[in-house]
Design a protein around this ligand. Sequence first.
Ligand code: GCU
Length: 590
Amino acid sequence: MIDNKGENHIGALHDEDYKEKYFTPLINHNSLIYDISRAKESLNGKWNFQIDQYDTFLRANWYSNEEKDQNGLEMPLDHNFDHWEEINVPACWNTESKEYFYYEGPAIYHKSFKYSNYGEDKVFLKIGAANYDSYIFLNKKFLGHHQGGSTPFMLEITDYLSQENTLQIAVDNTRRREAVPTKNTDWFNYGGIYRDVELLRLPETYIKDFSLALAENSYQQLVLNLTAAGENLTDKVKLEIPELEIELNIPLANGKAEAVFAAKPELWSPDNPKLYQVIISYRNDRIEDQIGFRQVKVEGRDIYLNGNKIFLKGIAAHEESLNNGKAVTETEIIENIKLAKEMNCNYIRLAHYPHSYKVAQIADQLGVMLWEEIPVYWAIYFENQFTYNDAENQLLELIKRDINRASVIIWSVGNENEDTDARLKFMSGLANTARKVDPTRLVSAACLVDEKNNRISDRLTEYLDIIGQNEYYGWYIPDISKLIDCMENSKPDKPVVITEFGAGALSGERGTKDDLFTEDYQLKVYQKQTEVLGKIEYIKGLSPWILFDFRCPRRTNKYQQGYNRKGLLSADKKHKKLAFFEMQRFYSEI
Ligand code: GCU
């Protein structure tokens, strides 16, 4: 029972297990509703904000404090929500104020809003992403907890709304051993509500989610899988694809509508990013989407797109901009994709966590294939069931969000994890989940080289469609001649994509090709890498590390100064390093 005593209630001071009562209800992928094109009411803008280093909001139940005691005497509360400073939502608190740049811990967001019932039946709150733990409170009631810093989450708030509302969200970006990612990573730990916050109004019965894709091994059949929600789910669902002159009425059974029907869509590809308007209606609910249709598969040691062998001419990218941290804008997303295309890329590895849903939407339109990944990164607590549940939920939230994005061709279940039994069980479980939920895409992970035997060898690859392989010959292994040995020692039975290679260089730093952290050294590594990798038959893609320099507290030498300098562009993306042009050349010749 959560008591509602006010300031410094004695019980709160002695209860170090206070967070247990906020672990559930756990908001997860089951409450996601397909919301693209739906009318939404934005709660973005100025919110009251307070960092809360001792987690007092949760300890002392600030959200439910009474202003007066039972005798009507005023309580000396330790907060005035409306008088706190204001912060932008969406944003990372780190880039909103110098004093919060390195802040890691709990922080409280507070917003009052009016709600007028337009006669709709259900109202949902949607948070596009908040890093890492979020606790939702509406009108003095705790509604739920979400884990995971890069995926959307939703909850129904119909029964808790009134004319005047107080919404409070406690966000905690403390890195934790049992979280996903765990405490140690190679990127900056931004905090806050950094994607949109919106209200979604839905009728009593509505379309919860759907997928629409080409049937397996077919170019002349589409498959619709739709789930509806609400009571008394009878009647039919209407599917329209006007440009294909398709209009179908599909009966619901047990809340589901499934259909396999003839269609010959123009196929989506990076060279021809053809999208179709898809309209689905059910009673007085209606959703639209722009969907591309394509087949991606692996056969032997080849990757096929629409029946043609392809080479993934890629680059890796973090989700970050100097000014906005992880809260990248649409303009910055478009800039990144255009820079990749300028490098003659047809593919981007979105490392190491789900990026904004806008990336896949824009990649659909501009014609770029994507690798999307959950942050099962380095030394995850593989023995912990809660950690597995967290990772699997983030994977399912990502898949549900981007299930109809033609640009997304690969789900990645992690990066650079030690080949142990616990990790094999954990990550093969994730790979199986991805394949079961979405058989239309490929599953991969970025694996480590078997350094002892200097070859590509990782037990997880048995569960993958594509072997993702990170290697740093010429950098962490300075002797680049070992790259050739490694490639010759390896006997993969499926396509290999080199998911990372690279070297650090400070923009503008010049020297000989043996001087570390110069553009000349980085260029030498790239030239040698492309010379060797370009000749290896089983390599069917590259995503060098990385498009642009990015913030990383682990990187402190005189060239790095808080940045990982392996970018092919400077952190402000204003300067292309020499190696950018090596990749541009290499890809132009494939
Ligand atoms: C690793 C890791 C990256 C990291 C990179 C580096 O392979 O996957 O996240 O930034 O190497 O060391 O620069």
